[in-house]
Ligand binder design. Structure first.
Ligand code: ZN
Length: 89
């Protein structure tokens, strides 16, 4: 599944805690590895992403490593099994 990070200037703050905690609460999972296919780094960031095919109207949270969370204007693929959590829950 192709996703892209939301640019820093349009990122929102979570209403409480961190986006990674928000993701864990709603996905009912514990974040471990980065969601990117083949990346073995720890997921330390609840990244705000969108699907380039859909446009930036729907923002989702996915667990990413700091390297992948820092990619800008560069779409990348996460595993199909990854749970995307809508950020506006
Ligand atoms: Zn990664």
């Amino acid at each position: 599944m192709r996703i892209e990070n939301v640019p820093v200037k349009t990122q929102k703050k979570p209403s409480a805690g961190t986006w990674l905690e928000f993701w864990e609460t709603h996905a009912k999972k514990t974040a471990s590895k980065c969601s990117v296919i083949g990346c073995e780094s720890r997921a330390e960031v609840g990244a705000q992403v969108f699907k380039p095919s859909m446009g930036p109207t729907s923002i989702y949270i996915v667990p990413l490593c700091p390297t992948h969370a820092a990619l800008v204007k560069e779409p990348f693929d996460v595993a199909e099994s990854v749970t995307l959590v809508l950020a506006n829950k």
